[in-house]
Design a protein around this ligand. Structure first.
Ligand SMILES: Nc1nc2c(ncn2[C@@H]2O[C@H](COP(=O)(O)OP(=O)(O)OP(=O)(O)O)[C@@H](O)[C@H]2O)c(=O)[nH]1
Ligand SMILES: C=C(OP(=O)(O)O)C(=O)O
Length: 285
């Protein structure tokens, strides 16, 4: 371990959390999903070699219970003060290196977090650093050296706000750290990286036998047809988030369509592993 970190993770009340994701997984109760995202994030942080203390700021008793079991220290939230106040209160009194991390990183790998935290301790000294999310507009991690206030400006456009406030962006290749989950398409992207155990258990769901498992549909993901081979009934989709996704013949067969045109707009249904199970037209139910 280089110099140890305290990581502050605010988690919103489950009843109010992840509103953009609501309805994205119709088979899964929303609050359970929001809790699983936070639980997997916290487990990864707790397993990170660079982290000495995890502080969770929350007003939610279930989140607090889960976080406590994961080994975190719980700090109560001052009602109605919001996300940046939660970060500030969580970081208060930390004498050493402190980082604020969002709690919606269910694919987070401890080694990627460790690499980012080590990078944040590089020269020049005294500088705050941040890691932008995958789209580049938001922030997943904000880090401050000893004696420097965190000065969080999380919220829409926070990457630019943190840069404007003097923090330096970290440019490492940490896909699981940058993959925050706000929408169903984000969850599908996180599933392609590999979800943590709580989110996997929820989204893979009840096994009904040794080999069968419930198919979980991630709704809302759309893209266009990049290639389609009518002979094999397979092809490649370009999703709206910029990623490419190939689909097998069975996903085309499940659509009931006879043909797909290049550039055609489609809706994509994946299972919890991120495999395409159905390609349909956006207008089809
Ligand atoms: N303690 C606390 N955490 C918050 C608050 N607002 C957001 N968070 C957490 O901050 C992280 C990033 O916030 P968002 O991505 O906007 O999450 P969200 O507010 O649950 O989602 P939306 O309702 O879709 O905006 C998430 O892990 C939230 O749990 C807040 O008021 N208090
Ligand atoms: C709060 C933030 O998250 P999001 O943009 O994912 O809502 C942020 O990026 O600062």
């Amino acid at each position: 371990m280089s110099q140890p970190w305290t990581v502050v993770v605010p988690v919103k009340r489950l009843t109010a959390a992840k509103t953009r994701l609501r309805g994205g997984m119709p088979d899964v109760p929303h609050e359970e999903l929001a809790l699983a995202l936070a639980a997997d994030t916290l487990e990864a942080v707790q397993s990170c070699s660079e982290v000495a203390e995890v502080r969770v700021v929350t007003a939610d008793p279930r989140v607090a219970d889960t976080a406590r079991r994961a080994g975190a220290r719980i700090l109560p939230e001052v009602a109605g003060t919001g996300l940046n106040a939660a970060f500030r209160n969580g970081a208060a009194g930390v004498a050493g290196w402190v980082a604020g991390l969002t709690a919606d990183l269910p694919a987070l790998r401890p080694a990627e977090l460790a690499a980012a935290l080590r990078a944040a301790q590089a020269d020049p000294p005294g500088v705050r650093r941040f890691v932008a999310d995958a789209p580049g507009t938001g922030t997943v991690l904000l880090a401050a050296p000893p004696g420097v206030p965190l000065q969080p400006r999380f919220g829409p456009g926070s990457a630019a706000a943190h840069a404007a406030g003097g923090a330096h962006p970290l440019t490492g290749d940490w896909p699981s750290l940058r993959r925050d989950v706000d929408t169903a398409a984000d969850l599908a992207a996180a599933a392609r990286l590999g979800l943590g155990p709580r989110t996997t258990a929820l989204t893979v769901g009840c096994r009904t036998g040794a080999t069968r498992r419930r198919r979980c549909t991630v709704l809302g993901m759309q893209g266009t047809v990049a290639t389609f081979d009518a002979a094999t009934r397979t092809g490649l989709l370009l999703l709206d988030d910029g990623t490419e996704l190939s689909f097998p013949a069975r996903a085309f067969d499940a659509s009931g369509l006879r043909l797909l045109r290049l550039g055609q707009r489609v809706r994509v249904e994946t299972d919890a592993d991120g495999d395409v199970v159905r390609v349909t037209l956006p207008t089809m139910s």
